[in-house]
Design a protein around this ligand. Structure first.
Ligand SMILES: CCCCCCCCC/C=C/C(=O)SCCNC(=O)CCNC(=O)[C@H](O)C(C)(C)COP(=O)(O)OP(=O)(O)OC[C@H]1O[C@@H](n2cnc3c(N)ncnc32)[C@H](O)[C@@H]1OP(=O)(O)O
Length: 365
C-alpha cells in the first residue's frame, strides 16, 4: 500500500523526465546514464541546491532563485527532478525544504555531468561574477564548460545575487501573464506535478519556512508533513489568491482544508488572508515558531522524531490520509488544466494580474 501513494504521485511525470532524455521501457521510468552519474550526496542545479546527509538519511533542499524564489516553469521542473531523484534514492528518508538563508548569497560549486547535459547546465541563472582559478575563462552567463577527454564536463556555477527574505513568493506571476494558452497549460501541468510529488512523497517532509510564503509558497509548505516558521513579524503565509483577483483551485483548497479545517480554510480563502507567523500558528497553518536562526536546526531535530517511526507504518498512514485528495486531482487532471487555461487567459483576469504586478512594483518605488 505504501507504493500506492508513490505511484499515484508519479503519474504524469514522464513529461518532466522526458526533458532530460529519460528512456522509458515497459511503461517504467528509467534513469539515464547522465542522471545516475549525479546520484551522489550533493547536487547543485541553478535554482535549487540539495544536500543529502547519508548518515541521517535527511536531504535539505534549498531554493535559491532570486529575487523571490517564484515558481516558474523552469523552477518547477528542477524541483520535480530533484524530488524524483530523492524519492528513488533508498538512502533518503526525510526531506527539509527551505530557502537560502542569507540576503546576499554567494555560492561556488563544481559538478560533473556528461556532455548530453550541456544544454541543461546552460540554463544556470546569471549573473555570475567570481573568477575561478581552475577555469581560464568565465563566459557572460558565468558558466564555462570544459570538455575533458573522457567526455565528462566540469561545470562551475557561481551565483552572487540578492534573495529577498522569502521562502517562496508563490507561482511566478509572469508565467500567467501574457502567455499563450499552450504555455499556460504546460506551466499548470508543472504546478500540478510539484504538488502531486510533494503531497504524495514517501519521505517525511518538513517545510523550514524562513521567509514570507504567499500563495504557491504556502501550497508548497502545506504539501509537507510539518511546518516550522521563523518568528519574524515581517513574514506572512497564506493562500492570498483572491487578492490577486484569481481563484485557488480545488486541490489548493483541499490541501488547506486538510491542514486547518473547513471553517478556517473558508475564511482564509475567501478573504485571501496572509497570516503573520503567530496567527498562522493559531489556526494550525504552521506547527511551530522558532527564532529565525533556529529554523533549520529545529527542522533537523524534528525530522529525527519523524524518522524514529518505522517508514512503512508512517508511509501507509500518510497514504491513508492523503490518497483521496491526490486521486481527486489525478482523475481530473486534464480538466483542471483546461479550466486553468481558459480562466487565466480571460481579459478580465489578465487585467487583474497586470494591476497586481503594477502594485508590486509601485510598492517598491
Ligand atoms: C477556477 C480556478 C482556475 C485556476 C485559477 C488560477 C490559480 C492560480 C494560483 C496562483 C497561485 C500563486 O502563487 S499566484 C502568486 C502570488 N504571490 C504573491 O502574491 C506574492 C507577491 N509578492 C510579494 O508579496 C512580495 O514580492 C514578497 C514575496 C513578500 C517579497 O517582498 P520584497 O519586498 O522582498 O520583494 P519585492 O520588491 O516585492 O519583489 C522583488 C521582485 O520580484 C517580483 N515578484 C514578487 N513576487 C513575484 C511573483 N510571485 N511572481 C513574479 N514576480 C514576483 C516583484 O515584482 C519584484 O520585481 P521587480 O520590481 O522587477 O524587481
Amino acid at each position: 500500500m505504501a507504493n500506492v501513494l508513490r505511484n499515484s504521485a508519479k503519474f504524469g511525470f514522464s513529461g518532466v523526465l522526458s526533458q532530460l532524455s529519460i528512456h522509458s521501457r515497459h511503461g517504467r521510468e528509467c534513469v539515464s546514464p547522465c542522471f545516475s552519474l549525479q546520484q551522489r550526496n550533493n547536487s547543485t542545479s541553478p535554482k535549487i541546491k540539495v544536500d543529502l546527509d547519508n548518515s541521517t538519511g535527511v536531504a535539505v533542499l534549498r531554493m535559491q532563485s532570486p529575487p523571490v524564489n517564484s515558481l516558474s516553469l523552469d523552477f518547477l521542473t528542477e524541483f520535480c527532478i530533484n524530488l524524483e531523484k530523492l524519492e528513488m534514492d533508498k538512502s533518503c528518508r526525510g526531506l527539509i525544504i527551505t530557502s537560502v538563508s542569507t540576503h546576499t548569497h554567494t555560492h561556488t560549486d563544481t559538478d560533473t555531468v556528461t556532455q548530453s547535459h550541456k544544454t541543461m547546465i546552460h540554463t544556470i541563472t546569471p549573473p555570475v561574477c567570481v573568477v575561478s582559478q581552475t577555469l581560464s575563462k568565465v563566459s557572460s552567463t558565468g558558466l564555462d564548460i570544459i570538455t575533458l577527454p573522457v567526455c565528462v564536463c566540469v561545470c562551475v556555477c557561481l551565483v552572487s545575487q540578492t534573495l529577498s527574505k522569502v521562502f517562496s513568493a508563490g507561482l511566478d506571476i509572469m508565467e500567467m501573464y501574457g502567455k499563450s494558452p499552450e504555455r499556460c497549460g504546460e506551466f499548470w501541468k508543472a504546478v500540478q506535478e510539484m504538488w502531486l510529488k510533494l503531497y504524495g512523497s514517501n519521505m517525511a517532509t518538513i517545510a523550514a519556512i524562513n521567509g514570507s510564503s504567499p500563495a504557491g509558497g504556502c501550497l508548497m509548505s502545506i504539501g509537507c508533513d510539518y511546518r516550522i516558521m521563523a518568528d519574524n513579524p515581517r513574514y506572512s503565509i497564506g493562500l492570498n489568491e483572491t487578492q490577486l483577483g484569481i481563484v485557488a483551485p480545488f486541490w489548493f483548497k483541499d490541501t488547506l482544508v486538510n491542514t486547518v479545517g473547513n471553517r478556517a480554510a473558508e475564511l482564509s480563502l475567501e478573504l485571501g488572508l496572509l497570516y503573520s507567523a503567530p496567527d498562522a500558528l493559531k489556526i494550525g497553518l504552521v506547527d511551530q515558531l522558532v527564532p529565525e536562526d533556529q529554523v533549520l536546526s529545529t527542522a533537523q531535530d524534528t525530522m529525527s522524531k519523524w524518522l524514529a517511526v518505522p517508514d512503512h507504518a508512517r508511509q501507509i498512514t500518510k497514504s491513508m490520509m492523503r490518497k483521496q485528495t491526490i486521486d481527486k486531482l489525478l482523475s481530473n487532471r486534464e480538466a483542471d488544466i483546461t479550466n486553468f487555461v481558459s480562466f487565466i487567459t480571460k481579459d478580465s483576469i489578465q487585467r487583474s494580474l497586470r494591476m497586481y504586478l503594477e502594485m508590486l512594483k509601485s510598492r517598491k518605488a
